[in-house]
Design a protein around this ligand. Structure first.
Ligand SMILES: NC(=O)c1ccc[n+]([C@@H]2O[C@H](COP(=O)([O-])OP(=O)(O)OC[C@H]3O[C@@H](n4cnc5c(N)ncnc54)[C@H](OP(=O)(O)O)[C@@H]3O)[C@@H](O)[C@H]2O)c1
Length: 307
């Protein structure tokens, strides 16, 4: 019998990290569709040996710590999820944002190559400026509008050509702070919400991304891959649909324009940055629809809140 593949996960306590670690350990993370296996193969109990490292255990901006951590664990694959994800804060914290998203990604790539491991890292739809007018494919021109997007693009360019770079957008996990939890709290307390209808994109359920990452860890394809749930939507439509799932009426969510947000967000976001996932879909099963993902997240969140 072949030995388990050794997988090192950075940023293991983040949204995608907690779901990926469960999935690699053959557990079903909250919010997952147990039937969705991109390459049709469920994870076996002993398929992976997992080294799940949080910021306290492996600060990716510390090259010596990274070098030692990788040399000790000798992974076959590194899934690099550690990231600076505070998009608005990044506008006034450029140095830290680039240290984590750009320089540390290069550090991880170099460390992976030193031990013959394959690097998989996640980037973002915010590398695009949103002016294309249709969904973005992997080799479309990039032009980030904000510091976060620029730092992630810099990280992409600092990777080696055989690393795997996954672009995701609007990531939502059950066990994390994200906008869907805010919407659900407001729905439960009888409040209403206002969400922008002029920012269009794709949703990525953290648990669905986790399954996709397992496939990539098995196949190690290299290159750029757009991975997101199926279908394009707006933040308003996400809020409206969540309200519907939670039993709220048509008056729950009101559409507004980005220009109406008070205070105005520090970071400019692309108006339309939905990801075209055709390349992924030609190789493996498409991720479920965004509506299916949102409904699953809300259902499992509800069980966690009650339980
Ligand atoms: N969230 C989104 O909407 C979105 C959209 C597109 C792409 N992505 C990308 O998807 C990936 C996963 O995102 P996510 O939503 O899971 O992010 P997340 O929940 O913010 O998790 C990121 C993790 O990285 C850790 N981290 C930050 N600085 C670190 C450092 N110097 N060393 C080690 N760990 C560090 C954070 O630790 P602390 O908790 O201690 O800060 C956190 O656990 C990231 O690459 C992100 O850029 C996210």
């Amino acid at each position: 019998m072949s030995r388990p593949a050794r997988i090192l996960v950075t940023g293991a306590s983040g949204q995608v990290g907690v779901d990926l670690v469960d999935t690699l350990r053959a557990l079903t993370p909250p919010g997952a569709d147990a039937l969705f296996q991109p390459d049709t193969t469920p994870v076996g109990d002993d398929e992976f040996a997992v080294f799940a490292l949080t910021r306290d255990e492996l600060d990716v901006t510390n090259r010596e710590v990274v070098r030692r951590g990788v040399a000790t664990t000798r992974p076959d694959v590194i899934v690099h999820l550690a990231a600076y994800t505070h998009v608005d804060q990044a506008e006034s914290d450029r140095e830290t944002c680039f240290a984590v998203n750009a320089q540390a990604t290069e550090t991880m790539s170099l460390a992976a190559h030193d031990v013959g491991a394959h690097l998989i890292t996640i980037s973002t739809d915010y590398v695009f400026d949103g002016t294309k007018g249709s969904c973005y494919v992997e080799d479309d021109e990039t032009n980030p509008l904000n510091v976060y997007g620029a730092s992630k693009r810099a990280g992409e360019l600092l990777c080696a050509s055989d690393d795997t770079i996954v672009r995701a957008s609007w990531v939502m996990g059950v066990r994390a702070k994200n906008v869907l939890h805010v919407i659900a709290d407001r729905a439960a307390s009888g409040e209403t919400v206002r969400f922008v209808n002029d920012q269009v994109g794709t949703v990525t359920l953290a648990s669905d991304m986790a399954r996709a990452l397992v496939t990539l860890a098995r196949e190690r394809p290299g290159g750029y891959w757009h991975v997101a749930n199926t279908g394009t939507t707006s933040w308003f439509e996400v809020a409206r649909y969540a309200g519907e799932v939670l039993g709220r009426g048509d008056d729950f969510a009101t559409p507004i324009l980005t220009s109406e947000l008070v205070p105005a967000p520090a970071a400019t976001r692309p108006a339309r940055s939905d990801l075209d996932t055709s390349k992924w879909n030609r190789s493996w099963a498409p991720l479920p629809s965004w509506q299916d993902g949102v409904a699953r997240l809300l259902r499992d969140r509800d069980q966690r809140v009650r339980g």
